[in-house]
Design a protein around this ligand. Structure first.
Ligand SMILES: NC(=O)C1=CN([C@@H]2O[C@H](COP(=O)(O)OP(=O)(O)OC[C@H]3O[C@@H](n4cnc5c(N)ncnc54)[C@H](O)[C@@H]3O)[C@@H](O)[C@H]2O)C=CC1
Ligand SMILES: O=C(O)[C@H]1O[C@H](OP(=O)(O)OP(=O)(O)OC[C@H]2O[C@@H](n3ccc(=O)[nH]c3=O)[C@H](O)[C@@H]2O)[C@H](O)[C@@H](O)[C@@H]1O
Length: 430
């Protein structure tokens, strides 16, 4: 099948490269010329395990990219993988999505065959049918349900394992209203459904939109709950990880997403919980539990720094920050817990020495005047204290590097560093 994917970021590039690998002809449309050039040169524009191999194999061949929306006319289905950020008021900001949809509608105006447009971006219930569909119909002059169809196909992949997650998801959700949309989506996803254990959920468009928010809100709240329990554990000198392991054996709770620590960040949990809270309030419903989940999350970096304060006054001292990415396996620093941690350290007058295996350049844009070390060892050298913010495996292997610290105080926000003789070790929730 001929597919176009509008937006070529974490989702758009991953989805496009995987669909090309399943044998589809795929065109990415993006306004960023560097992203387009990279894909056509068979280079991955973002860091994701396994993506480089796929783009190397298919880029410039079955996988192409362009800045020209006209390319969508040559395709049967267009997926929208555009950003849906948080606006200043906490609500979903649809400006970028609407601009992309308008350009797509203009391009489709001169296409004769019927076309399916699938919203893959995360959007609040009602957006596909009340915002996307009318703009498309207006710009293209086409008739909804006849030669223009819309659908919603939420994406559940995680950064850092995007390719593996996309190929083998727990579920694939089709939110549709017409048989045409259902049939085309089944055809697009046939190879993935054949080669994975994914459950197919066929539902309405608004339900599909809400499933995505419910999924993320549940997971974010689960981590906040385990963080709250972990904070109580710490006060009572109980190891929260032992407790989590035991409660996770109850399959009503489940063993995953029980890692307590410095909290959740990233490009999606914070914005999606915020958008859902705002949408609930717009409907005159006060989502008390989700608000509390956000509040607990915002306090975890302060608790980490309070623990450091117990052992040293950071003013004028070198403090190593180990990990800048919002989670391991990615160079993404959006809403990383490292941001409030670095801000808090600087407010205390500390000289921050930061290290991350892949996210340094992205964090440098945010904090240009922080010292970025080339290794964890270099960051720790001469430091009076260290905080661990991202659970990169390489931090677990650190050992003699702590001997180079001037004062070996380590506050671990992710349960990654091994306790050892010679360091003063504080776990955030254990
Ligand atoms: N990042 C993730 O792990 C996941 C993201 N999502 C959702 O997927 C959507 C996309 O997210 P990401 O891939 O993270 O975004 P991103 O920020 O990584 O990439 C978006 C891309 O869209 C391009 N773009 C912006 N305006 C455009 C326009 N008018 N026309 C064409 N291209 C344009 C940008 O240049 C960029 O390359 C969001 O709604 C997000 O909530 C859903 C599941 C996972
Ligand atoms: O909508 C999205 O963008 C995606 O958001 C999350 O994926 P992602 O943000 O890439 O990463 P996660 O692995 O979910 O981690 C999110 C944050 O929670 C934190 N976390 C996760 C698990 C845990 O046990 N403890 C914990 O603190 C991580 O450190 C990270 O900061 C969801 O897991 C995906 O299903 C979803 O598609």
């Amino acid at each position: 099948m001929n597919l176009s994917i509008v937006g070529s970021g974490y989702v758009g590039t991953t989805v496009a490269a995987c669909f090309a690998d399943y044998g589809h002809e795929v065109t990415n449309v993006d306004i960023d010329e560097e992203v387009v050039a990279a894909i056509n040169a068979a280079e991955a524009p973002i860091h994701e395990p396994g993506l480089e191999e796929l783009v190397t194999e298919h880029g410039g061949d079955r996988l192409r990219a362009t800045t020209d929306y006209a390319a969508t006319r040559e395709t049967d289905v267009t997926f929208l993988a555009l950003p849906t950020p948080t606006g200043d008021d906490g609500r979903i900001d649809l400006e970028i999505l609407e601009a992309g949809v308008r350009s797509l509608g203009d391009a489709l105006a001169s296409k004769d065959d019927p076309h399916l447009v699938v919203v893959k971006s995360t959007v609040v219930p009602g957006t596909t049918e009340e915002t996307v569909a009318p703009i498309l119909a207006d710009a293209s002059g086409k008739t909804l349900g006849e030669d223009l169809h819309v659908a919603m196909n939420p994406e559940f992949l995680r950064e850092g394992s995007a390719v593996a997650d996309f190929r083998d998801p727990d579920k694939v959700v089709f939110g549709t209203r017409t048989e045409f949309a259902r049939e085309r989506l089944r055809e697009v996803f046939a190879p993935l459904l054949d080669q994975s254990d994914a459950e197919l959920v066929e539902t309405g468009i608004r339900e599909a939109e809400m499933m995505k928010y419910a999924n993320n809100a549940f997971l974010a709240s689960k981590v906040s709950l385990v963080n709250e329990l972990g904070n109580i554990c710490k006060e009572y000198d109980v190891d929260a990880y032992e407790v989590a392991e035991a409660i996770g054996l109850d399959d009503r709770i489940g063993e995953r997403f029980l890692r307590s620590g410095v909290g959740w960040g990233g490009s999606c949990f914070p914005k999606d919980v915020s958008a859902l809270v705002a949408a609930a309030r717009d409907a005159d419903y006060e989502p008390a539990l989700l608000e509390a989940a956000v509040e607990v999350n915002e306090k975890q970096p302060d608790r980490l720094l309070d623990l450091l304060d117990v052992h040293l006054d950071p003013d004028g001292k070198r403090v190593a920050v180990l990990g800048l990415a919002f989670k391991p396996g990615t160079d993404d620093v959006r809403n990383s817990r490292a941001i409030p941690v670095i801000e808090g350290l600087r407010e205390r007058g500390a000289d921050v020495a930061a290290y991350d295996p892949v996210a340094t350049e992205n964090m440098r844009e945010r904090f240009p005047d922080v010292e970025y070390a080339s290794s964890a060892e270099a960051a720790l050298d001469g430091a009076q204290g260290a905080v661990v913010v991202t659970d990169w495996d390489e931090f677990a292997a650190l050992d003699s590097a702590f001997d180079a610290m001037a004062n070996p105080v380590v506050v671990d926000g992710r349960r990654v560093v091994e306790r050892r003789d010679g360091i003063t070790y504080e776990g955030l929730t254990w």
